[in-house]
Ligand binder design. Structure first.
Ligand code: GLC
Length: 677
């Protein structure tokens, strides 16, 4: 069946098309959904009709040109001409939206008004014993108090005042400091200026519109591989830099164009991954226009993993897309984008992939190795923390953005249940601190029973020798991965930072993670923030776990290298926990080297002393991460739009019906007696 349904893309200029193979299935026809009722067409009749009507109208306007490329191709057009409000919304969904805006609860457990804030602490503290245990210590967390972020100008003013006050007695020391401050400020802004220029140089345009940034713009790079593409995950800090700078257009274009890529059917060796999959990256190619002499057209060419080294699955792409969509709404105030029918469908398709039933025994997401920032074999298959933390954040975003109606209420309920189960699972089983490691050290094994203490049958000998010396008395972290009989005790930075940002960890755990980073500064930051993971795999472990990967030798690249792009996420986490000075320290250190070193992708050696052996220069997410960190520190109120506080309603949700049947004890209920925090 050849279906070519256009749902109206406005800003797509005539000559643009996509270079992807695809067959059947319109996005609203949803012919190949694998899951049951979660995502079955959630659109009301009136919605789908009006969407198609818009599409038809749009297609007529552009009918004589090349928007719809080929009768076999199913293009997914975006509907408005000004990227304005969704036109496809039927009356019914509008009503629901209005109701939601007024804070009316449409279904139980859907906290109202997610858009503005997470469930507030005041309403919920001391309500339930369970909460008290589960989030014990939560209220001890320092609130976000940022008294003052000192800028050079302020420093100058202060110095000026002192000079004025002293009047005749001019203090030369003060003047010297004044000079130094002004100089440092001038230097800093020169570095930022350079970073902005480089960031702008990395912009990729499609049919005249900015749609993303290339991964790296290294002029000396003779073999760019796919670094000349727009990576979804790499665009996250670029998007935030632009948004914080008041430039929303590129982000909107990015979100809408990648949405179109998602809806194509993709095949890898005759197998089609799920419809909601977002590509790892895409490229704008210029190809000769069919049948025309010497004319060219631009096409979008995505990579869903079918060309990627190792054929890794870009699981994190869809999660980042959802996170960015929310950030766009929060920072620009343009919520119309997320309310559009096509965008709502995009969210649901991603969630469909994540929430679909499988053989899993855990609420965490089961993935193959290399399915996130670490996109090579590194022993992170199974349930790696990075994916769980991004998954949790994306679920929290989706819960805020999904328009609740009859078609989505099951999905929203599924999201709530998963959020609750996932946070319990990670908080309870991934947490490692002195006390927990001591418990594991004394674990009994081979326990067959629902009441087992050592549920995953972890042999105490698994505790690595480095950890025994390394774990500080204060603080702790979430381990890298948890599987039957296996705990990966390595510290993975991105996952831990996102656990803080999304409140996947308890308030006390989140505080503990920052304490650990501070206590282990020389290991995790040293000469360049921040280690992607700690420690490196060496010797036999490196051979066996990486498959002798020469790019991931010990203390290089993914295997214990230092990645400056992690700085913005660290900054966000620090601001959330009321510790901006910690982020400031890391940013200042990075500032001293990044421009001089030409903005490398990563650094090598145990302490991050050398520019990475195969590191690209002018790496965009290094540049954008630095700028974003700077702007977050200057605008902590904007930063607060990008993180979440503890949601007390989620803690109340326990979907485990086992206790009702009386068959078995719910381990969550059982765990109340031995909660870690
Ligand atoms: C490397 C990184 C990956 C990044 C890509 C583009 O493959 O591992 O996380 O997205 O480069 O910068």
């Amino acid at each position: 069946m050849n279906t070519s349904s256009c749902i109206g893309i406005s800003t797509m200029k005539p000559c643009c098309r996509f270079l992807i193979g695809y067959r059947i299935s319109s996005i609203f026809g949803v012919s190949n959904f694998k899951s049951r009722d979660l995502v079955t067409s959630n659109l009301s009749k009136s919605q789908s009709k009006s969407v198609l009507r818009n599409g038809e109208a749009r297609c007529k306007v552009i009918g004589y040109n090349k928007c719809v490329v080929d009768p076999n191709r199913r293009t997914f057009c975006v509907s408005d001409s000004s990227w304005g409000p969704a036109k496809g919304l039927g009356k019914s969904s509008f009503r629901v939206y209005k109701a939601r805006k007024r804070g009316v609860l449409v279904i139980p457990n859907v906290a109202s008004d997610f858009r503005n804030h997470s469930t507030s602490i005041e309403n919920h503290v001391n309500e339930k014993g369970f909460e008290r245990i589960y989030i014990q210590g939560g209220l001890n967390v320092k609130p976000l108090v940022i008294e003052r972020i000192e800028s050079g100008n302020e420093a100058v003013k202060e110095e000026d005042n002192r000079v004025d006050v002293n009047g005749l007695g001019v203090n030369l020391d003060n003047l010297k400091h004044l000079d130094e401050n002004v100089k440092a400020q001038r230097e800093a802004s020169k570095i930022e200026e350079e970073a902005w220029k480089l960031l702008r140089d990395s912009i990729v345009s499609y049919c005249g519109n900015p749609v993303g940034t290339v991964a790296a713009n290294d002029p000396a790079d003779k073999q760019p591989l796919n670094y000349d593409q727009v990576f979804i995950r790499d665009f996250a800090p670029s998007a935030l830099a632009f948004l914080l700078n008041g430039e929303g257009e590129i982000v909107k274009n990015f979100l809408l164009h990648t949405l179109q890529l998602q809806s194509w059917e993709k095949t890898v060796d005759c197998y089609s991954p799920g419809q909601g999959l977002m590509p790892a990256s895409f490229k704008v190619r210029t190809v000769p226009l069919d049948g025309s002499d010497g004319a060219f057209e631009e096409v979008l060419d995505p990579d869903f993993g079918e060309s990627a080294i190792g054929r890794v699955a870009p699981v994190d792409s869809g999660l980042w897309w959802i996170i960015l969509l929310r950030a766009y709404g929060k920072i620009t105030g343009d919520y119309a984008l997320q309310e559009r029918v096509d965008v709502q469908t995009g969210i649901r398709l991603i969630l469909n992939l994540c929430l679909t039933d499988g053989f899993d025994m855990f609420p965490s997401l089961l993935v193959t190795d290399g399915s996130c920032m670490i996109d090579r074999r590194m022993g992170i298959h199974g349930h790696p923390l990075e994916i769980q933390a991004l998954f949790y954040a994306a679920l929290r975003c989706s819960r805020e953005m999904l328009i609740i109606n009859d078609g989505t209420k099951n999905l929203v309920a599924a999201i709530n249940n998963r959020l609750s189960a996932l946070s319990f699972h990670v908080r309870e089983y991934y947490w490692a601190d002195m006390k927990k490691i001591n418990e594991i050290y004394r674990y009994k094994t081979e326990e067959y029973s629902a009441d087992a203490v050592n549920k995953f049958n972890i042999y105490p000998d698994q505790i690595p020798s480095w950890l025994v010396d390394w774990i500080p008395n204060e603080g702790g972290y979430l381990i890298g991965n948890l599987e039957p009989g296996h705990m990966d005790f390595r510290f993975f930075t991105l996952g831990n930072l996102w656990a803080i940002v999304s409140s996947l960890g308890t308030p006390k755990q989140n505080e503990g993670i920052l304490n650990l980073i501070e206590a282990k500064w020389d290991d995790l930051v040293a000469h360049m923030p921040l280690k992607i993971c700690y420690p490196a795999l060496e010797y036999e472990e490196w051979h066996i776990i990486t498959g002798s990967d020469p790019k991931n030798t010990p203390w290089s690249y993914h295997n214990g290298g230092s990645w400056p792009t992690l700085l913005w996420q660290f900054t966000l986490a620090c601001i959330k926990m009321g510790r901006p000075e910690l982020a400031q320290k890391a940013v200042s250190m990075a500032e001293q080297r990044l421009s001089v070193d030409k903005w490398p992708e990563y650094y090598d050696t145990r302490s991050g002393k050398f520019i990475g052996k195969q590191s690209r220069l002018n790496q965009t997410w290094t540049i954008a991460g630095f700028l974003t960190s700077k702007m977050l520190l200057e605008n902590p109120e904007k930063a607060s739009l990008l993180f979440w506080e503890e949601d007390y309603e989620l803690l109340e949700t326990c979907v485990c019906a086992l206790s009702k049947t009386g068959r078995k004890k719910c381990s969550r209920i059982a765990a109340r007696t031995k909660i870690l925090v």
